[in-house]
Design a protein around this ligand. Sequence first.
Ligand SMILES: Cc1cc2nc3c(=O)[nH]c(=O)nc-3n(C[C@H](O)[C@H](O)[C@H](O)COP(=O)(O)O)c2cc1C
Length: 361
Amino acid sequence: MATTTMKRITYISNFSRPLSLDDLDAISEVSIRNNKRDGLTGALFCFRNIFYQILEGDEEAVDRCFARIEKDDRHSKVFILEVESDIERRKYAEWEMKPVILDESSDPLMRPIRHLLATLAHTHRTLEKYTPQRVLREIQGGGAPEDIPSSYQNRCVMFVDLFRSTSIFESWSVEAATMVLHRFYDTALKAIQTHGGVVSKLTGDGIMAYWTQELVSSALGAAREMLWEFKELRDRSPEADNPLRLLHAGVGISTGRVLEGNIGSSVFMDYTVLGDTVNSAARLEGITRKAGKSLIFESGTLEALRRNPGSGWRVRKVGSYRAAGKESPVDIFTLDDPSVAITMDHTELQEAIRALAGKLG
Ligand SMILES: Cc1cc2nc3c(=O)[nH]c(=O)nc-3n(C[C@H](O)[C@H](O)[C@H](O)COP(=O)(O)O)c2cc1C
């Protein structure tokens, strides 16, 4: 008899809309019917707005079924908790799919299970927000993130920084400062994610993100989009006491070789990129104010752009710049685009932040 590889997937997801008991019955019915046909077994728990499912069987059948489940619009935020490959035995051989609607059950034993599931879902949703995307992807594929080998890669690295954040945090009320910070992160992270960037870390008042070198055009797209959005936010908030009118930020981009992988120890690990390209992106962000442009990149990015042209970017040389500790200066560039204009100089911004502090009380 031919031996087939068996696999088990365990995941949680959220209802994408309120689902009635009839809706849940319909899911159970089709699951039982299809799984009987495909030789799959498992269990499906529903509680409040959470699904928790275990699906096991022949590897190809599990993958085919899971591909359908993932696309199902009755739930969203599917998060794989575990993928077990090459399993020898089924754990739930007696059920094609055992549906358990925990909200409905009066069995006292279900109380701790309800509690466990709610805690599990909450913990995972929270951890998702704090975990680097590459690490999440590895966990979702059933791998061990600590085993991802480090390697040299060509990456386009971006630093985004909120201008004058120290003055903001020193002089504004907690509410005003966190509101501006929240809008800053929300806008920049959305632009980075829409353009396929990987967010590596939040630095307190800034963001480090990266793209593969071939996606340099997407990195510039993200920069331009967030700078436009910041401008729109300012334009929509002209009132003297509105903190958003002082939301200005700078973006530095550098492209080249980085060391990508796990750093840290058995106590604390981070999956990140390191090296001169990363330092250079941070330095370029740091000179945006002096250069008078809110986006600055170097020749590595320009060369990558020539190899991967994207959407007809018009590039302008801003000048040259010698970083501390470097022997020769490097040429620096920006986009020929109104979004990169710095409309308030450094001292003016500093004074406006102080003046606003008085208005905030
Ligand atoms: C939480 C959840 C769990 C599901 N579990 C299964 C399952 O175990 N097996 C299955 O065939 N379909 C399952 N479905 C339904 C599939 O997404 C899909 O609608 C169905 O397989 C399509 O079957 P059909 O082509 O026979 O209509 C599930 C859907 C949801 C929302």
